[in-house]
Design a protein around this ligand. Structure first.
Ligand code: PMP
Ligand code: GLN
Length: 380
């Protein structure tokens, strides 16, 4: 049989690669982004309650209606914008599926999609699967600001989507109001959809306000935004999230969603719906994670790793140029095998090679784990 791969360049993701290497060398895993502490027992008990009480059959295609209603209320309160739970919210099997579905539903063969690099790794292969072209806009450090005129110059008659991500993984930077206004001006009068990856909406620090597309009606009308309960509630393995978008776009989104998922798993939706009633569960997250970010920085204060302060996400970049001239992949591999701390290099998130000497460390870890990692890193 002659096999024609649809993703000939595709290999194992950098996250899986570094986690496997961490396990092989018994290294502390500050690479792949997942907490090493458990999720809230209240959430677990709500979910097991529904699992044990017959909430085991299909939910509606767009997701449990009560959960969509709860999300509509949450969005209204946080972003002062009403979205109709009937037509504008769909519960998904995580944000990755929502991103896949949005791109598959809205981008056509031959279209161009602008992504901001370093870009989260699932965007590019999905764009390639629909035979569209990825147009990267490259961020550069140390401030990683977008020059919107430059980004505008990448827009062509073929551009059908711009993908944004705030707070940004892997950089840890956030969009300001001025960024959103610039984006609004770029898409004004153009047939461009904004796919807004907001999985870290509640992981934002130093009193910075999250700039959701849900706050900008002119962008909202041309957007799909995606969120992840896995990231928000320390349960990345549950793979549950949601997408929000104006009715026209959401109708197209659902046309694809119903044939690749139909509906996301039921009892987790019931459990999350109960749990969302206590808003302190998500409003308390910035304080919780900011303390972890600051603790890691304090622990590494005297090390040769120099931080680029994270404004959001549970990741922080560190410049390792005082330690090594190696490229970031080689350095991350050595750090894991020799010093027993796994990290994530940035080059797998970029299409053009750059010479940045940066690695990403995840601080969603128990204090003890951060202390053990710092002890090893401080010896370098
Ligand atoms: N987007 C970004 C920026 C992420 O970091 C992640 C990882 N959580 C996802 C999307 C995917 O989220 P999920 O695990 O819910 O699929
Ligand atoms: N979002 C996680 C991270 O950035 C990884 C998720 C995955 O491995 N697909 O580390």
């Amino acid at each position: 049989m002659r096999l024609r791969s649809k993703l000939p360049e595709g290999g194992i993701s950098i996250f899986s690669r570094m986690s496997a290497l961490a396990a092989k060398h018994n290294a502390i895993n500050l690479g792949q982004g997942f907490p090493d502490f458990d999720c809230d027992p209240v959430l677990r008990s709500r979910i097991s309650h529904h699992l044990n009480n017959q909430k085991n059959q299909y939910c509606p295609m767009a997701g449990l209606f009560e959960l969509r209603e709860a999300l509509s209320k949450k969005i209204n309160k946080l972003y002062d914008h009403y979205v109709d739970p009937q037509t504008e919210i769909t519960i998904t099997a995580g944000a990755t599926q929502a991103i896949f579905t949005a791109i598959t539903a809205l981008v056509h063969e031959g279209d161009e999609v602008i992504i901001i690099e370093p870009a989260y790794d699932c965007y590019k292969p999905t764009i390639e699967l629909v035979k569209a072209k990825c147009i990267p806009y490259g961020l550069s450090g140390p401030d990683y600001k977008i020059d919107w005129d430059e980004l505008d110059s990448l827009v062509s008659s073929k551009t059908s989507m711009i993908i944004i991500n705030t707070p940004h993984n892997p950089i840890g930077k956030t969009f300001a109001k001025t960024d959103m206004k610039a984006l609004e001006a770029i898409i004004n009068q153009r047939d461009i959809v904004v796919l807004s990856d907001e999985v870290y909406e509640h992981l934002i620090y130093d009193d910075i306000q999250h700039q959701s597309v849900l706050k900008y009606p002119n962008i909202y009308n041309q957007s799909i935004s995606v969120f992840s309960f896995g990231k928000t509630f320390h349960a990345t393995g549950w793979k549950i999230g949601y997408a929000v978008g104006s009715p026209k776009l959401m109708a197209e989104f659902r046309k694809v969603h119903q044939w690749n998922v139909y509906s996301a798993n039921s009892f987790v939706q019931y459990g999350i719906n109960d749990y969302l009633k206590d808003e302190s569960k998500y409003l308390g997250l910035p304080t919780f994670f900011q303390e972890k970010r600051d603790y890691l920085n304090k622990l590494l204060d005297k090390s040769k790793l120099k931080p680029v302060k994270s404004e959001g996400t549970y990741f922080q970049l560190f410049d390792y140029s005082e330690i090594s001239d190696e490229d970031d992949i080689t350095f991350s591999l050595h750090l894991t095998s020799k010093y027993r701390v796994a990290s994530i290099p940035l080059s797998p998130f970029k299409s053009k090679k750059t010479n940045d000497k940066m690695i990403r460390l995840c601080f969603a870890k128990k204090d003890k784990t951060l202390e053990q990692a710092a002890e090893l890193l401080n010896k370098i």
